[in-house]
Structure formats: structure tokens, C-alpha cells
Design a protein around this ligand. Structure first.
Ligand SMILES: Nc1ncnc2c1ncn2[C@@H]1O[C@H](COP(=O)(O)OP(=O)(O)OP(=O)(O)O)[C@@H](O)[C@H]1O
Length: 349
């Protein structure tokens, strides 16, 4: 199955304008800040919101092409997994999964056999008789996935499928979901806020901001070459726009950096917060960028401390607990930031 779409629609003052293709067996993650249009895109794919322009085709068959064509949701071969599962509370796990095949005309015994096969594949055959309230969050999510796959959909839509799970369950269900997605022959569109879900599960990321695509590529490519502050934040990098003249880049945010790769004209420069070291005095002796900074905030992460620093340019630094103790950091403190040219990546803007 191949999805070929240009989703154009208007909701109040918001406009979605999203070209989107999904190949056979491909998982595409839609990422973006709140209000970027991710849910709107998913609802348009499902047929819950009609397009106002553009087109939506699966394997050459048109599902939505205003003004003439609109295939209603119940006639689209899609499977949907939402964060809150939406299992029928009064039906058993088996009946929940059998519901789709039944609704599509399968005989009761056949629908139950299909459902049991899917529950077995997601490791829940022994919970077939359980009602949703007797299942854990992770188990309910697996029933929701089995239910979506039991109808043999051409397209799978996943809306924040792991968001309702606690951290430990999430890790486990993420790995399992990845395995099922690898085997799924159709295409899948995954909406998520979690960069890790997207990086682990998706073949390709499409980043939306204000209804438009701002960046698209494999997880590795996007993580290495963020193009907007939102994407840089998502993948945890410092990112600056600037103008390069050889290995010197004048930054739009103020200041200049010496980089390793020579370039010319408008560029983006990125480096990891872990590449930044902080010093009470100006460090000397090695070929580094150094500039004066002021501590704006300090956050404790799992194994490091992230320090937000004002300066020209402002910068994020990840430092060890030992360094935090040594520097006794407090907001307003003046320090020197240093980053080696070889730790920076430069690419055209
Ligand atoms: N019922 C509605 N009527 C008018 N505008 C709406 C409606 N629902 C959403 N919008 C607008 O559409 C835009 C996109 O919303 P959407 O829910 O698709 O974003 P999202 O990327 O899924 O955000 P989130 O991450 O918060 O779920 C928003 O700017 C919102 O204001």
C-alpha cells in the first residue's frame, strides 16, 4: 500500500498544508509542537475531517479529493490506535478485537478465531476473557493494537499510542510495538510528542510547525542536522543560524564561532550541550571558542545537570555533578563557556 496525499484544510484561522507520502511497510512519525496540526492531519486521514483542498489516495484509489470525492471513515481500510485505547468497557479483550472483523461481515466464529490469533501475537491469549478494567495500561494498549491490526488495514494510524503508559511499561510496550510495526505490511502514521518514540519507531520523521512541514528525513539525519529551534530542542542540540566565511561564523543570535568545516554564506551550526565546558576563568591554551556567559537556569537530569546560559550566543551546557559541585552554580553567576571547533557541525541553512 502506498499513501499519496496533500492534506489541505482550514479550521478557524488554522491552515494545514501537508504533503505526505507513506510507502509500503513504512512508518512515518508526525512530530511538532502543540497546535502544529498533527491531530488534524490524522483526523483527515481517518476521514473524520474532510479536506478543503488537495488530495488523499491509497494505492491510487481516491479517498478524499474535494469537491467531488469523499470516502467516509467506515469505508476506509484503516486501523486506529489512540492513547486512551477506546476499548469497549463492556466487551472482553477477545470481543473487542473481534469487533472489527465482525463489523466488516466476518462470521462470528471466524471473527473470534482471527481475534484470538491477534491476541496470541501480542502475547495476551490467556487474557482473552478479561474486561478492559482488569487489564494493565500496557495490556490494554496491546489489545488496542491487536484490534487495529485484526481488520487487516492498509493504513495504521497511531495517535500518541504510548502517552498514557508509565515510564517502565512504556519502554517495554515501545519495543513490542516496534516489532509489530516491523512486520506490518501496510503503511503507518504515528503522531507523537516523544522524540524517543519517533526515533525508535519511525523510518522517517515529518516535522510540522504551524501546519507546514519544516523538516523531513530519517531519524538520524534529523537528529544530526536540525533546521529549527523546535527540532534542535527535540534532539537536544544547540543550534544557531549564521553567516560563514571559511571556518568563522557570525551568529544571528550574537557572537561568532570557529567551526571545523569551512563554508560560505548562510549556515546552521549545531553542537551538543555535552560539548560545552564551563570555567570560572577564561580557559587558555587550546583551540577553542570561549565566551562570557551568565547562568540563567539549572535543571537536574538523570545523569547530568543542564545549565541554561545567557550570552552571545546563549547556550545549553550539560555538565557532570562533580563540575556542578566544583562551580557551585547559581542563577546570575558569570562564567566562561568553551566549545572546541571540532565538536561543531556546520551545514547550509
Ligand atoms: N474544533 C476546532 N475548531 C477550530 N480550530 C481548531 C479546532 N481544533 C483544533 N483547532 C486548531 O487547529 C490547530 C491544530 O490543532 P491540532 O490539534 O491538530 O494540533 P496538534 O499538533 O495535534 O496539537 P497537540 O500537540 O496539542 O495535540 C490548532 O491551532 C487549533 O487551534
Amino acid at each position: 500500500m502506498t499513501l499519496d496525499a496533500h492534506l489541505r484544510l482550514t479550521r478557524g484561522t488554522f491552515e494545514l498544508d501537508l504533503p505526505l507520502t507513506v510507502g509500503r511497510g513504512e512508518v512515518v512519525a508526525l512530530l511538532g509542537p502543540n497546535g502544529a496540526g498533527k491531530t488534524t492531519a490524522l483526523r483527515a486521514l481517518a476521514g473524520l475531517l474532510p479536506l478543503t483542498g488537495g488530495h488523499l489516495r491509497l494505492d491510487g484509489r481516491s479517498w478524499d479529493e474535494p469537491p467531488g470525492v469523499f470516502v467516509p471513515p467506515e469505508r476506509r481500510p484503516i486501523g486506529v490506535v489512540f492513547q486512551d485505547y477506546l476499548l469497549f468497557a463492556h466487551l472482553s479483550a477477545l470481543e473487542n478485537v473481534a469487533f472489527g472483523p465482525r463489523a466488516r461481515g466476518a462470521r462470528k466464529a471466524d471473527a473470534r478465531a482471527t481475534a484470538l490469533g491477534w491476541l496470541d501475537r501480542v502475547g495476551l491469549a490467556e487474557h482473552a476473557a478479561a474486561k478492559p478494567r482488569a487489564l494493565s495500561g500496557g495490556q490494554a494498549q496491546r489489545v488496542a493494537l491487536a484490534r487495529a491490526l485484526a481488520t487487516d488495514p492498509g493504513l495504521l494510524l497511531l495517535d500518541e499510542p504510548l502517552a498514557a503508559l508509565d515510564a517502565a511499561t512504556r519502554l517495554h510496550v515501545r519495543t513490542e510495538l516496534g516489532r509489530h510495526l516491523d512486520r506490518f505490511p501496510g503503511g503507518a502514521v504515528l503522531v507523537t510528542h516523544d522524540p524517543l518514540d519517533a526515533m525508535v519507531l519511525a523510518d522517517r520523521l515529518v516535522i510540522l510547525e504551524r501546519g507546514r512541514v519544516v523538516q523531513e528525513g530519517t531519524p538520524t539525519d534529523v537528529a544530526r542536522h536540525p533546521r529549527t529551534p523546535y527540532v534542535a530542542d527535540l534532539v537536544g542540540l544547540n543550534l544557531y543560524r549564521g553567516t560563514a566565511d571559511g571556518t568563522v561564523v557570525d551568529l544571528a543570535a550574537g557572537g561568532r564561532l570557529t567551526t571545523a568545516e569551512p563554508a560560505s554564506g548562510p549556515v546552521l551550526v549545531a553542537f551538543a550541550p555535552a560539548a560545552v565546558s564551563l570555567h570560572p576563568e577564561r580557559p587558555t591554551g587550546s583551540p577553542r571558542n570561549t565566551w562570557r556567559v551568565t547562568v540563567a537556569g539549572v535543571e537536574q537530569h538523570a545523569h547530568t545537570t543542564r545549565v541554561r546560559l545567557d550570552g552571545s550566543p546563549p547556550v545549553l551546557a550539560d555538565i557532570t555533578t562533580a563540575t556542578v559541585a566544583e562551580l557551585r552554580l547559581r542563577p546570575g553567576d558569570h562564567l566562561w563557556a568553551a566549545v572546541k571547533a571540532t565538536e561543531t557541525r556546520t551545514y547550509s541553512a
